[in-house]
Design a protein around this ligand. Sequence first.
Ligand code: S3P
Length: 177
Amino acid sequence: MAPAAAARLPARVALIGFMGAGKSTVGRLLASRLRYAFLDLDAWIEGQRGQSIRQIFETEGEEAFRLLERDALAALASHRKVVIAAGGGAPMSEDNRAFFRDAATFYLEISFEEFLRRTAGSPDRPLRGRPLEELRALFESRLPVYRKLGVIVSSEGRTPPQVVEEILEKLKRRSRG
Ligand code: S3P
C-alpha cells in the first residue's frame, strides 16, 4: 500500500462472521499485507487461560466464555496496528459492539451450507455439535448483526488471498475518504 494511504489506515481491523468463514486464515494474511500484528481472539483467550475453547465451554460453560471474550476485546480496544479475528459469537453481545463500530470491521460471509461443509468433523468448536436446526437458527439470528456491524465481503467460492485483496481495496477506498 502506498505510504499516503497507509498513513490513514485504521488502528484496528476486525473480522467477524460465522464459524468457518475464514476469519483466522484471512486475518493472518491481511495482517501480513498491512504489516499489522495479527490476533486471534479465541487463541488469545486460550493462551490467557491455558485451556482450549472446548475445555472452557465444558468446565466453565458458555456464559463464562462470553465474559472472557468480552474482557479480551476490552483489553484490545487500545491496541494499534492490529488485525483481530473475532470468534463468531463476539458481535452478539451489546458490550462488544462498540469495539467493532470503532474498528474497520469486515463481515466474511458464507452460506449456512458452506459453514456445515467447512466445519464438518471439527472437534475444537463446541457449538458445532448442536442439532442442525439449532445451528440454522443461530446462523440466521446472527446474520443481521454481522451485516450491520461489518462491511460485507463474500468468503465463499474464493481463496483467502482473493478475500484479502477485496478487503485491501475497501480499506484503500475508505482511507481516500
Ligand atoms: C463461537 C465461535 C468460535 C469460538 C467459540 C464460539 C460462536 O470461534 O469463539 O467456539 O459462538 O460462534 P470461530 O468463529 O473462530 O469458530
